[in-house]
Write a protein that binds this ligand. Structure first.
Ligand SMILES: Cc1cc2nc3c(=O)[nH]c(=O)nc-3n(C[C@H](O)[C@H](O)[C@H](O)COP(=O)(O)OP(=O)(O)OC[C@H]3O[C@@H](n4cnc5c(N)ncnc54)[C@H](O)[C@@H]3O)c2cc1C
Length: 440
């Protein structure tokens, strides 16, 4: 089959890979000059099934209110009254019950776990072309750091779900946290304990997307870079073509993997994709003395900031800002990220100039991506991975490729599709309009 993948972030490139491997003729369109240049560019680098959790958790509405007034707040909501933002927040708060949290977390873990399995298989099969050094890959686990007793207590709910799904974890006291990450020794008095997910991994998502795109090309995938998608044209039997300034692209099947930008394009086709752009930030610093830096990846639960070792660099990422599609690099966010480094690893010399970056997480209210068929026959969706796109990429891509190829997926998959949101929206039946255009 001829398949057109829209987007070459980590989700588009992994999807192209599995589709090509299943024998399809694949084209990929992206407006950037290379793969992985937008949200997949400088994320926290965690491949963390163990840490896969929805943001929508019990108590979050109250915490969100409290964060509004804190200096280094992990969350900021701009006061602009915009309908899609109000709808997203309302839907997200609706998921903040203990029952919904349990369902959503279990579902996310299922996909993240499957993804890790596929990544391992991929690494084994392609070790010669994409080795561990090529994307600063490590297998040293995640450490979630708690600074208060309350955070420790809250973690017991997550442990119950991890137990239920058989995901290994270690509840650590302060000494054990320092054993796991010796560079924490000087700040041990600030900690109350930690939760370690020993099977979690780390790696540079952008480096993987770039290498994977090259591997895809060797399998015959054609990448069309610097090509911006302006419209999607729909006819009687589904999508007919994708319009760009370079002309029309047509295929038998289409995959929507434009990250946050999937939503506006699909809306013009009558599909209300529940994906909202949540802005995050990162800084990347060189590490001169390795003994002062974390060995693997940490999540500081107080600031919701992740610190990940990527070779001889430290990537520090976090913050959630709800302000539509604006991507402004705000100096106060950089200050918060630098504050967390200085607070946990005071011996790291902070350079004047770090690499400051921002990206838009494609977030769904329940934290689970949308992977599967759409209401339009030949259009498939693979987006909405929010905080965990790198973690879930290989699993989502493999699952979608199997669905498109008519193979039985390895995991239960129905609840990853749009159908879990469909009862709350109206959509145009396929073929209702002779030729509808979607403009971004
Ligand atoms: C601060 C931060 C930290 C994060 N940390 C982690 C982490 O540690 N672990 C983890 O698993 N996940 C993490 N994430 C989430 C992860 O980065 C995302 O979920 C993932 O990158 C989404 O990938 P994607 O391919 O869907 O989107 P993108 O990477 O944004 O890809 C979409 C592509 O579509 C293209 N595009 C968009 N519109 C058009 C158009 N009109 N025409 C043509 N091309 C278009 C873009 O150029 C882009 O290449 C983090 C995110 C942020 C912001």
């Amino acid at each position: 089959m001829k398949i057109l993948v829209m987007g070459s972030g980590i989700i588009g490139t992994t999807t192209a890979f599995y589709l090509a491997r299943q024998g399809h003729q694949v084209d990929v369109i992206d407006r950037q000059p290379a793969a992985g240049m937008e949200t997949s560019f400088a994320n926290a680098g965690q491949i963390s099934p163990g840490y896969s959790s929805p943001w929508a958790a019990p108590g979050i509405p109250f915490k969100a209110l409290k964060w509004m007034f804190s200096r280094h707040s992990p969350l900021a909501i701009s006061p602009r009254l915009e309908w899609d933002k109000i709808q997203f927040v309302t839907r997200l708060f609706g998921q903040c019950t203990a029952g919904r949290y349990h369902i959503n977390k279990s579902r996310m873990l299922r996909l993240a776990d499957y993804s890790q399995h596929n990544l391992a298989q991929f690494r084994e099969e392609n070790a010669e072309v994409i080795g561990p050094d090529s994307f600063d890959h490590q297998n040293l686990g995640t450490l979630q750091l708690f600074r208060t007793r309350k955070q420790l207590r809250a973690a017991t709910q997550d442990m119950a779900i991890l137990d239920q799904l058989g995901i290994p974890y270690q509840a650590l006291d302060v000494d054990q946290c320092v054993d796991a990450e010796p560079a924490l020794q000087t700040v041990r008095h600030k900690l109350t304990g930690g939760l370690r997910l020993p099977n979690d991994e780390t790696g540079d998502c952008h480096a993987m997307a770039r290498s994977l795109a090259q591997l895809c090309e060797s399998l015959g995938v054609r990448f069309h870079y610097n090509v911006s998608i302006d419209e999607i044209e729909q006819g009687q039997s589904g999508i007919e073509s994708v319009l760009t300034h370079e002309g029309r692209f047509s295929a038998d099947r289409y995959v929507m993997a434009l990250g946050s930008f999937s939503a506006p394009l699909l809306q013009s086709l009558g599909i209300d994709l529940p994906v909202y752009p949540v802005q995050g930030y990162s800084i990347t610093l060189p590490i001169d003395d390795q003994s002062h830096a974390p060995r693997s990846t940490l999540m500081d639960e107080t600031y919701k900031v992740a610190l990940t070792r990527l070779g001889n660099r430290l990537r520090v990422a976090g913050m959630a800002e709800l302000d539509g599609y604006r991507k402004i690099l705000k100096p106060e966010r950089r200050r918060t990220l630098r504050h967390v480094v200085a607070d946990l690893f005071p011996q790291i010399a902070l350079p004047q100039q770090d690499e400051f970056w921002t990206g838009l997480r494609p977030m769904t209210p329940d934290g689970t991506p949308i992977v599967g068929a759409s209401t339009i026959d030949n259009l498939f969706i693979n987006t909405g991975h929010g905080t965990l796109g790198w973690t879930m990429s290989f699993g989502s891509a493999r699952l979608l490729a199997d669905l498109i190829s008519g193979r039985q997926p390895d995991i239960q998959h129905e609840d990853f599709s749009m159908s879990r949101y469909l009862s709350s929206q109206h959509h145009k039946p396929v073929g209702q309009k002779p030729l509808a255009s979607a403009r971004l």
